[in-house]
Design a protein around this ligand. Structure first.
Ligand code: AMP
Length: 406
């Protein structure tokens, strides 16, 4: 069965085409800088004859619609031999960022589900609208396919109330849905499943801390296979220091910015979401650049890395306490998978908790799952490549199978 996965971000579209149940990736790519003067598209594919093709092009995309139509063009390109007609795609899996309390599982999309995702727009104003647009255009291009939504918040719906409630008057939760939702759920769940498989232990017996460090960063405490606490909150702004987001901050700073510094709500929002984190501290949201600058002796870069890794370490300690015991810590995503330095510094000084990184194993470069702890480390430390699109394809496939056997 051919499953297309569409992940519309706040200015990009990631897409992958899989053959399931073989989990073969036929095509994968990204459309970037949607709405900007200069956009781009890149993709890699394997033709039915086994030929590998890589393409990259500059092209401006005025909106998501034009980006999605360009993806369809690639899918139907005759010489690639991927698809002959729209009916060849049986399922389209969509990443939807916010499922609120309504969605704790993937669902098949119908008019009612569309309305519910629309109703959640106030909770995710930057993310749910492009997700909805992706779904609508995909209905037009693949009218016969089943459209499935997989929610980034769903995995965290198992949080206990003492972890998801804020200590503010009840009505903010009861009437206005103000609570912790958490994000990156598809990635946290995927790497947890991969870890269980790798460790040959049932996921429901495992206590894990998953550390997703990409441009957005979050950590999750997983108790007996279920999300128990997570560092993002009502929005993706909470928790760790990220590429451009501040992470945890005293809310009084916001009053101060507003009252004393006369900043508008939009300016504050923009500052904390787009101008903060590594960008705010070191003028770049690319960690490779900051690591390089620190090596050259730059103080600003050093300080940014200190804040970044100290925050991770604090959450490791907090989640250790929340879980009581930890079988494994899992590092994933762009930074988590590729930066030995960040992994080492985040775990440094936690030897008394049984967390001991092995420097040589940590420095080794592979693209598969690997262990990087010392033999006497009580806690396993794993590096696991995330694959949100594959996770979405799997979920969508399972949903189709259960629907067919209903
Ligand atoms: P993602 O959002 O998962 O694509 O991750 C993007 C982030 O990963 C960017 O901040 C990159 O600088 C960072 N990254 C990618 N490769 C490396 C690396 N080798 N060392 C440090 N950071 C990296």
């Amino acid at each position: 069965m051919k499953i297309l996965v569409i992940n519309t971000g706040s200015s990009s579209i990631k897409f992958k085409l899989f053959e399931l149940p073989q989990e073969q990736e036929l095509l994968g790519g990204t459309v970037e800088k949607i709405g900007e003067k200069k956009g781009s598209m890149r993709y890699m594919l394997t033709t039915p004859t086994g030929e590998k093709i890589e393409e990259q092009m500059e092209e401006a995309f005025t909106d998501y619609r034009s980006g999605l139509h360009k993806i369809a063009e690639v899918l139907f390109k005759r010489e690639y031999g991927l698809l002959n007609n729209p009916e060849d795609i049986q399922v389209v899996g969509h990443r939807v960022v916010h499922g609120g309390e309504r969605f704790s599982q993937p669902v098949r999309i119908n008019d009612q589900v569309l309305q519910q995702i629309e109703a959640l727009v106030p909770l995710a104003p930057l993310h749910n609208p492009p997700n909805l647009e992706g779904i609508k255009v995909s209905y037009e291009i693949f009218p016969a396919a089943q459209q499935m939504a997989v929610f980034d918040t769903a995995f965290h719906q198992t949080l206990p109330s003492f972890a998801y409630r804020y200590a503010i008057p009840h009505h903010f939760y009861e009437k206005h849905q103000v609570r912790v939702y958490g994000m990156h759920g598809t990635s946290h769940q995927y790497v947890a499943q991969q870890a269980a498989h790798y460790l040959e232990r049932p996921l429901q017996n495992l206590h894990l801390i998953t550390v997703h460090l990409g441009n957005g960063c979050s950590m999750t405490a997983i108790k007996e296979g279920k999300s128990f606490d997570t560092s993002m909150g009502f929005s993706p702004l909470a928790g760790l220091v990220m590429g451009t987001r501040s992470g945890d901050i005293d809310p009084a700073v916001i009053f101060y910015m507003g009252r004393r510094l006369q900043m508008s709500m939009d300016e504050i929002d923009q500052t904390l979401n787009k101008q903060s984190g590594l960008k705010g501290l070191a003028h770049s949201n690319d960690l490779r650049d900051i690591i390089q600058r620190e090596a050259e002796g730059e103080q600003e870069a050093k300080q940014a890395l200190e804040l970044y890794t100290y925050r991770i370490k604090k959450y490791l300690g907090a989640y250790y306490a929340a879980l009581g015991k930890v079988d494994a810590i899992i590092f994933t995503a762009g930074v988590g998978e590729n930066s030995p330095l960040i992994r080492a510094r985040s775990c440094a000084g936690l030897e008394r908790l049984g967390i001991l990184i092995d420097p040589a194993k940590n420095a080794a470069k592979t693209t598969t799952i690997r262990e990087i702890q010392q033999p006497n480390s009580a806690v396993k430390i794993l590096v696991i490549p995330t694959n949100e699109e594959l996770a979405i394809a799997r979920e969508a496939y399972e949903l189709v199978q259960t629907k067919q056997s209903d």
